[in-house]
Every structure is written in C-alpha cells, then in structure tokens.
Write a protein that binds this ligand. Structure first.
Ligand SMILES: CC(C)=CCC/C(C)=C/CC/C(C)=C/CC/C(C)=C/COC[C@H](O)COP(=O)(O)O
Ligand SMILES: CC(C)=CCC/C(C)=C/CC/C(C)=C/CC/C(C)=C/COP(=O)(O)OP(=O)(O)O
Ligand SMILES: [Mg+2]
Length: 287
C-alpha cells in the first residue's frame, strides 16, 4: 500500500461530502438565527466542531463496521486494506478530541448539544445501530441537531421555531434515507446479527414506513415560507427538491441503492433551499 493510497483511505474514512454537508447545516443554523456577522468566530468554531465530529463519527463507524463492510461495502478503506483498523480508530479519536476543543469555546447550550452528539456518535454503531429504528432515529436526530447547534453557537437559538422546523424537516428526511439504507444493507446486517428495522418488520413494510415519513416532511416543507422564516425563493427551490426526494423514495422499492443515493441529492438540494430562502429575506425585492 503506497503512502498516497493510505492518505486517500484516511480521508475517505471521514466521508468528506457528509462532513461538508453537515457543516453547511450548522452554518445555516447560525445564519437563520441571525448570528453570522455578530459572532463569526463562534460560527467558525461550531462549523469546525461539526466537521471534526462528523469525520470522527464516520471513521469510528467504519472501524466498528469493518466485518460487516467486508460483505456490504468491500471497497471501503478498511476492508480493502488502505487503512488498518487501529489506524482508523486512532484517527477517529484525534478528530473527536479536536471537536471537543472547538466545542468548549462555545456557549453552554452549544456545548451541551455537542456533548450529547459526540457521545451518540461513539455509541451509535455498537449500541443503537442494531436496534430496530432506534439507530435510524439517532442519526436523524444528529443531522437535525446541526441547525440547533449552529443557532446555539451564536448565543441564541433565535426564533426557536425556525431552528425547530428545520430540525424536523432534516431529521424526518434523514430517517427516511436511513431506513432505505438499511434495506440496502440487509444481507450484511443479517450476517452480523443486527436486528435493523427491515429485518425486524420486513423490507417492504420498512420502505412503506420510509416513504410515508417523507410524504409528511414534504407536506410540511412549505411551513418555513408560511411562517415567514424564508422568502418566496425558498419555495422555488424546495418544491423541485421535494419532487426529487419523493421520486427517490419511490425508486427505492425496486432499487434501494439508487433510491438512497438520489434521495441524498434531493436532501442537499433542500438544504440549498434553506440558504436561498433565508438569503432572499435580506433582499426585499425577492423576499
Ligand atoms: C422535506 C425537506 C425540505 C427536508 C429537508 C432535508 C434536508 C435539508 C436534509 C439534510 C441532509 C443533509 C445535508 C445531511 C448532511 C449529510 C449527513 C451527515 C448525512 C447523515 O449521514 C449518515 C448516513 O448514513 C451516511 O451514509 P452515506 O451518506 O451513504 O455515507
Ligand atoms: C453538531 C455536532 C457536534 C455533531 C453533528 C454530528 C452529525 C451531523 C452526524 C451526522 C450523522 C453521522 C455522521 C453519523 C455517524 C454514523 C454513521 C456513519 C451512520 C451510518 O452508518 P451505517 O448505519 O453503518 O451505514 P453505512 O456505514 O453503510 O453508511
Ligand atoms: Mg457503517
């Protein structure tokens, strides 16, 4: 294994796309709370803590999942031999420590959220992942919590309503995708004795539950506009995002791999709608 292959493997452990996406969500939380210009250092610390925490959580997940991934995802860094299990664990610990250092510079509510999240990230794979629906719900909470964390980092959760609505929309959409991902991973999860939701209630029932949850989130997606948290530009972006997410969930009945992947694109597009919607409020002509 060359040094370049090892470095690529280590970076891969963090799942950099998710690191960037989750960091953007934390920034949106601070943005919606109106604190980005007032508290730029705190926003930077919160975004940095999120990035390190997500990288750490993904790396420790791959460390604990190394045997499952030999079945489900053999091309991942540890099963393909690019990174040793011990190396992955050590890397994760360093990232977790960095997240703690940055989080400790923030207000107490943000520190409390970070503490809960960091413990959850360590515990997820070994404690919650194999419990039907609970592991999915924990990941959904973690994604949604970024909005609360960003708002808390700037010293105010602002209008709690705005952060709470974004929390719920992101959490429910993530819960849908996590269930679909578990349908995709049924073979390896069953080999490892994990009692995930699709294994507990059946793959089709799990997919029906997943799409039902997403429909609820899509029906609720105009709320940020209706409550005037976001401008009309939000609707122009979130409606196509909703369509992509609904199609992806429907697609999952035949192809959960394609469905969960396309659902992620729709979710990222929805996150863009949050940014555009809030920015539009600052420009009265397109508010
Ligand atoms: C209806 C509506 C408007 C919903 C809002 C949807 C929204 C904005 C969701 C946020 C999704 C997002 C940007 C998440 C950040 C990326 C992330 C950390 C996802 C969770 O990762 C766990 C996942 O199991 C990792 O698997 P994979 O993505 O395949 O590596
Ligand atoms: C705000 C702070 C301090 C932290 C935020 C933490 C966030 C946003 C976490 C997002 C979710 C995340 C990174 C979870 C880590 C565990 C993980 C990778 C779950 C999914 O893994 P598996 O269920 O094993 O499925 P795959 O490994 O096949 O993707
Ligand atoms: Mg895993």
């Amino acid at each position: 294994m060359t040094a370049g292959e090892t470095i690529r493997g280590v970076l891969e452990l963090t799942r950099p796309v998710n690191v960037i996406a989750a960091s953007v969500l934390t920034f949106i939380g601070a943005f919606v709370a109106g604190g980005v210009t007032a508290e730029p250092i705190a926003v930077a610390a919160a975004v940095g803590a999120t990035a390190l925490a997500v990288g750490a959580g993904n790396a420790i997940n791959d460390y604990f999942d190394r045997e499952i991934d030999r079945i489900n995802q053999p091309d991942r860094a540890i099963p393909r031999g690019a990174v040793s299990p011990r190396g992955a664990l050590a890397f994760s610990i360093v990232l977790f420590l960095g997240a703690v250092v940055l989080a400790l510079t923030l207000p107490s509510l943000a520190i409390a959220i970070a503490t809960i999240n960091l413990v959850a990230l360590v515990a997820y794979t070994k404690v919650f992942k194999g419990l039907p629906g609970l592991g999915n719900a924990l990941v959904a909470y973690l994604v949604g919590s970024t909005f609360l964390f960003g708002a808390a980092a700037v010293g105010t959760v602002g209008d709690v309503g705005a952060a709470a609505v974004l929390f719920l929309l992101a959490a429910v959409a993530t819960l849908t995708r996590e269930i679909i991902k578990d349908v995709e991973d049924v073979e390896g999860d069953r080999e490892e004795g994990l009692n995930t939701l699709p294994i507990a209630i059946g793959e089709r029932r799990a997919l029906v539950l997943a799409i039902a949850l997403l429909i609820l989130a899509v029906l609720a997606s105009p709320i940020p506009y209706a409550l005037e948290y976001f401008g009309i530009a939000y609707l122009l972006v979130v409606v196509p995002a909703d369509a992509i997410m609904l199609y992806a969930a429907y697609e999952s009945f035949d192809d959960p791999t394609a469905g969960q992947s396309h659902l992620k694109y729709g979710m990222f597009f929805a996150a863009l709608a949050f940014i555009v919607g809030r920015a539009a409020l600052a420009v009265p002509t397109i508010g």
